[in-house]
Ligand binder design. Structure first.
Ligand code: C2E
Ligand code: MG
Ligand code: MG
Ligand code: MG
Length: 288
């Protein structure tokens, strides 16, 4: 796949470049085997409803337990899987696994699954989703699909159709990492979305004195357009207080509540607490 066919611009590899190419080739080979060898695992991280203090949703986050490298981050897996075209198979596994897992949780808790653009734009995405719901027995309203702005770059009729068909069957669509990409505010009203997840980069500096103006503005706009608003990456009580002060933000996610944890652990957490997770102290900090 390297442009090393002699005629291209890159005739000569430097050593390190050759090493990178080799490392990449090995990674691809390993990835191909990983699905069959059951080396992938899903971790789950709660999204807490700020009104009720209960866990509303748990987001499925991919982990790869590599026999030699140890745990590999999704940031290193997903882009490679996309290049290889493996993302469709991998994404199918993730979706089904997450739906099956959600069936073990209390009724009121949903599961959020990240979709990469390739997965979202695959021709039979709707049947993939329907099938995952069918085999797991999960009702559609307990599934949320997280897409990023890059999935909405193709502002085509097809993209609109897929989104509205998903909504028709009852699946929620959540716009992830809002504020990191092109951040066109027009996405928020042009597409049928039910949730916006404001990226944690919006929290930078709010512990000190930087005003929350931008975050609040985006949150209010989203809420006015009828969407739920989530803020990602809450790590401190102070951040939680600041983002919940005006009541616009509906859910929060971050290390303050829980890091992503293995399926067994999230199940214990959910069943022990019946979905309640905020400490009393934290609950008091949240306006009702
Ligand atoms: P994301 O969907 O925005 O997921 C949130 C990421 O932020 C997770 O990283 C999570 O561990 C991290 N995070 C959560 N709370 C905090 C916090 O308080 N502080 C900090 N510093 N980080 C926090 P993770 O698990 O490494 O995933 C990274 C990204 O990889 C995800 O970002 C998503 O874009 C992608 N990804 C993960 N799993 C999947 C998957 O199953 N499919 C696809 N297509 N992409 C995935
Ligand atoms: Mg996400
Ligand atoms: Mg995110
Ligand atoms: Mg992110």
């Amino acid at each position: 796949r390297a442009k090393a066919d002699g005629r291209g611009t890159f005739c000569f590899f430097r050593d390190e470049m050759a090493q990178t190419v080799e490392a990449r080739r090995i990674l691809e080979l390993d990835l191909r085997k990983a699905l069959a060898n059951e080396e992938f695992e899903l971790f789950y991280q709660p999204l807490v409803n700020l009104k009720t203090g209960r866990i509303a949703t748990c987001e499925a986050l991919l982990r790869w337990n590599h026999p030699v490298r140890g745990t590999v981050s999704p940031i290193d897996i997903i882009p490679v899987a996309e290049d290889m075209g493996l993302i469709v198979d991998l994404g199918r596994w993730i979706l089904r696994k997450a739906c099956i897992e959600c069936m073990k949780w209390p009724e009121g808790v949903s599961v959020a699954v990240n979709f990469s653009p390739q997965q979202f734009h695959q021709r039979d995405v709707l049947s993939e989703v329907r099938y995952a719901l069918e085999v797991s027995g999960l009702s559609a309203h307990r599934l949320e699909i997280e897409i990023t702005e890059s999935s909405l770059l193709r502002n085509t009729q097809l993209t609109h159709d897929v989104l509205s068909q998903l909504r028709t069957i009852g699946v929620k669509i959540s716009l992830d990492d809002f504020g990191t990409g092109y951040s066109s505010l027009s996405y928020l009203h042009n597409f049928p979305l039910q949730k916006v997840k404001i990226d944690r980069s919006f929290l930078e500096g709010i512990d000190s004195d930087r005003p929350l103006t931008l975050l609040r503005g985006v949150a209010r706009l989203s809420a006015d357009l009828g969407m739920s608003v989530v803020v990602e990456g809450i790590e401190t009580n102070e951040q939680l207080e600041r983002i919940s002060a005006d009541g616009t933000v509906t859910e929060a996610q971050g290390y303050l509540f829980s890091r992503p944890v293995p399926a067994v652990r999230i199940r214990q957490l959910l069943n022990a607490s019946h979905g309640r997770h905020l400490s009393e102290e934290q609950l008091l900090a949240v306006p009702s």
